[in-house]
Design a protein around this ligand. Structure first.
Ligand SMILES: Nc1ncnc2c1ncn2[C@@H]1O[C@H](COP(=O)(O)OP(=O)(O)O)[C@@H](O)[C@H]1O
Ligand SMILES: [Mg+2]
Length: 304
């Protein structure tokens, strides 16, 4: 594929990360890579900002989906609670507007986890017994599918962030007839604006399956391509398996020290839009013009 230089698509089985501030051309580079994928490669593109959907305007073989619901189900709420026994961290991970409405009695749920609510001891307005009843009710809520079934062999754009369950579905398919051992790039999973999905601190439901895809995907031809404008907010330990970094205009001090070591901060700070330094090739990539018309975020009313 020609993205400004020739990139062997199979290189992406060791994954790629695109960094750069807003306007540096991350979405343009990701679009260019996706539109040049070979016919043998399936793709699942998470279009959180609704601007990658432009790919499907000009190319006809894409299925475009809204996530039916990204609201966490009982199971993922419990996972989040278990993983983050701290009110502030939990609320950051799951904004209250997204889950309060789903629970019949939010204070009782909070009370199971926390001894006080906004400084008021819970015992004064909800008894221990009531809290126990609530946790039993919460545990008995069924886990419902929250997202469209994933098509691992076709080309899909999902206009939402991935759920942990969806990424786990891909992990579970590794080594099955859907994703047998391969040296070719069989499936590219693209997540632009991945900031909160694989953070260095915290443990959202997406982190573990994404880390597993990064460590085990290669043997099965599964590549992950991530984009973010917040390089400090991603987990570099999980990303130590990434073979190709595309580093666009950024403040040098925002780079993790391992990356800073590999590139000259002066070079990074002086990059123009659509230029990315690629440590793997020690070259500055001038991204070629997309065939796709980059209209910015677009509505997609007919998405299913
Ligand atoms: N490869 C490209 N081909 C054509 N236009 C591009 C390309 N890359 C960036 N652009 C232009 O620059 C604008 C900003 O780039 P974008 O990729 O959206 O930045 P970022 O995702 O880093 O915020 C795009 O809307 C588009 O007009
Ligand atoms: Mg972008």
């Amino acid at each position: 594929m020609n993205i400004g230089f020739n990139l062997d698509p199979d290189t992406l089985t060791t994954h790629g990360v695109v960094l750069g501030r807003t306007g540096s051309g991350k979405t343009g580079l990701i679009t260019r890579i996706v539109e040049q994928l070979p016919a043998y490669t399936a793709a699942i593109v998470y279009d959180i900002k609704h601007d990658l959907s432009n790919i499907a305007v000009d190319q006809t073989h894409w299925n475009v989906h809204h996530q039916v619901s990204v609201q966490p189900q009982a199971g993922s709420i419990l996972d989040a609670i278990k993983a983050k026994p701290n009110l502030r961290a939990f609320l950051e991970h799951v904004p209250p507007t997204r889950w309060l409405a789903r629970l019949k009695d939010p204070p009782s749920v909070l009370g199971i986890i926390y001894k006080d609510f906004r400084g008021i001891p819970l015992e004064t307005f909800i008894s221990h017994r009531e809290r126990e009843k609530a946790i039993v009710a919460l545990l008995s809520l069924p886990r419902q599918p929250s997202a469209p079934p994933l098509d691992i062999t076709g080309r899909s754009i999902i206009r939402s962030e991935p759920t942990g369950d969806q990424l786990q579905t891909i992990v579970d398919a590794l080594g099955t007839p859907l994703l047998p051992a391969s040296t070719r790039l069989r499936l590219l999973v693209v997540i632009d604006e991945c900031r909160n999905l694989i953070p260095g601190n915290g443990n959202p439901a997406t982190k573990q399956p994404l880390a597993t895809l990064l460590s085990r995907g290669r043997a099965f031809g599964v590549g992950v391509l991530l984009g973010t404008q917040h390089p400090m907010d991603i987990c570099y330990r999980s990303l130590s398996n990434v073979g190709t970094w595309f580093i666009g205009a950024l403040r040098g001090r925002d780079l993790h020290r391992d990356l800073r070591h590999e590139c000259n901060a002066y070079v990074i700070e002086s990059l123009a839009p659509r230029q990315f330094y690629v440590p793997r090739y020690k070259e500055v990539l001038n991204v070629s013009t997309c065939n796709t018309n980059l209209r910015g975020p677009i509505a997609w009313p007919q998405a299913t």
